[in-house]
Design a protein around this ligand. Structure first.
Ligand code: DSN
Length: 411
């Protein structure tokens, strides 16, 4: 047991477990997986090499992992109504990379959402492979409404004629019109990639429209609203099936993580069950409630609110940066992350905003009543940011509160 053989790792793990239990996680890309997902992730499948695909592996002894991967693929297709799924991407970044690798050559043009408006690193950021190998241009949100302006996106697409248009975001709190994106892509002669890493769970539950009927490729992670293990997957039309499979292996990855693929299959099955829709609905209801409670305490919310599981608070008039707010809130037991505002003058390492979301606290059983309390603590901490006794007291209250919602309740 780790406890006896590796004290350093054992103790760090133990502290992380205590921290997750005694704090409130509002990072919208984090969640709490089921015990079954944990069991599969920590299983002996980590011992197995399985480069290739079911029935066509480069290693012997793959009959059981073949069965597992086939089940994962079948469940992913059923869940999203997709023609083809590849469940091998180690992450959302690799899911996106595999799509680019399938349809782009180095130097080809992509059009994607700017990171400050909510886009992801892999949507063409200069420091990322996607900005290095391809030629990115960006659309952003309207300055006034802070929502996507489809007229401007269309103009940009028609004048740039990119090979790929990427839609989907990491910090955009509004519904994305995938049908509109597909019309724009068709007019511009572009391939559409919808990155639903954040909203995959909402899509499954029918709370957010699905991009599957509209986009040639859909990429996602499994660990955010979908509540699976850390990892990614790609959905595509049958015509791209062999292209995407070769892009993933041997193109950009070698051996798949079969323990994670088993855990993905388990989470896809969970998502096919009726309770999943209720969980997603509660996540969004909680998010709307938390957002309105915070707005009601004098905070400006980017775009004025939220349709999904996250929102971004503008801290410009609060005399605190995103980084300072993140550190302050962590000191009282609320885990969030700093986030760029649209057109933010500060750097991504500092930022003028903070992003919040409710997947994790909803998995712990919290509802609207609890959102009022959490909003109150966030406001009090920011108001009393230099008052240590008040902060200490808030921390105590949050600890007591969080422990009432165990991350893994006794069976
Ligand atoms: N880093 C993820 C997020 O927090 O949104 C996106 O990959």
């Amino acid at each position: 047991m780790l406890r006896e053989t590796d004290r350093e790792i054992y103790l760090a793990l133990k502290k992380e477990k205590e921290k997750q239990s005694a704090t409130i996680t509002l990072i919208p890309s984090e969640n709490i997986v089921s015990r079954e997902v944990l069991e599969a992730t920590g299983s002996i499948l980590t011992n197995k090499y399985a480069e290739g695909y079911p029935g066509k592996r480069y290693y012997g002894g793959c009959s059981h992992v073949d069965e597992i991967e086939r089940i994962a693929v079948e469940r992913a297709c059923k869940l999203f109504g997709a023609e083809h799924a590849n469940v091998q991407p180690h992450s959302g970044s690799q899911a996106n990379m595999s799509v680019y690798y399938t349809v782009l050559k180095p130097g080809d043009k992509i059009l994607a959402m700017h990171m400050s408006a909510g886009g992801h690193l892999t949507h063409g950021v200069a420091a990322n492979f996607s900005g290095l190998f391809y030629k990115p241009s960006f659309y952003t949100v309207d300055r006034e409404s802070e929502m996507l302006d489809y007229g401007k996106i269309r103009e940009a697409a028609l004048s740039l004629k990119p090979r790929v248009i990427v839609c989907g975001a990491s910090s955009y709190s509004r519904t994305i019109d995938f049908s509109m994106f597909s019309q724009i892509a068709a007019e511009a002669g572009a391939i559409l990639l919808a990155d639903i890493a954040h909203i995959a769970g909402l899509v499954v539950a029918g709370i957010h429209p699905s991009p599957v009927p509209h986009a040639q490729f859909v990429s996602s992670t499994t660990h955010k609203t979908l509540r699976g293990p850390r990892g990614g997957f790609v959905l595509c039309r049958s015509e791209y099936a062999s292209g995407i499979n070769s892009a993933l292996m041997p193109g950009i990855q070698g051996g798949p993580l079969m323990h994670v693929i088993a855990a993905k299959a388990v989470s896809f099955r969970d998502a096919l069950r009726p309770g999943f829709k209720a969980y997603q609905e509660q996540t969004v209801n909680n998010c709307k409630k938390l957002c309105s409670e915070i707005a009601g305490r004098g905070y400006r919310i980017v775009s004025g609110g939220t349709d999904n599981h996250l929102f971004v608070i503008d801290l410009v008039n609060k005399g605190i940066t995103g980084l300072e707010a993140q550190e302050l809130l962590e000191s009282v037991g609320i885990i969030t992350n700093k986030n760029l505002l649209p057109f933010d003058p500060l750097s991504p390492k500092v930022t003028s905003g903070i992003r919040m979301g409710t997947p994790s606290i909803t998995s712990r059983g919290m509802k609207e009543r609890e959102m009022e309390k959490i909003a109150g603590w966030i406001h009090e901490a920011i108001e009393h940011k230099d008052n240590n006794p008040v902060l200490k007291d808030i921390k105590k209250q949050i600890r007591r509160f969080a422990l009432e919602y165990p991350i893994y309740p006794a069976a």
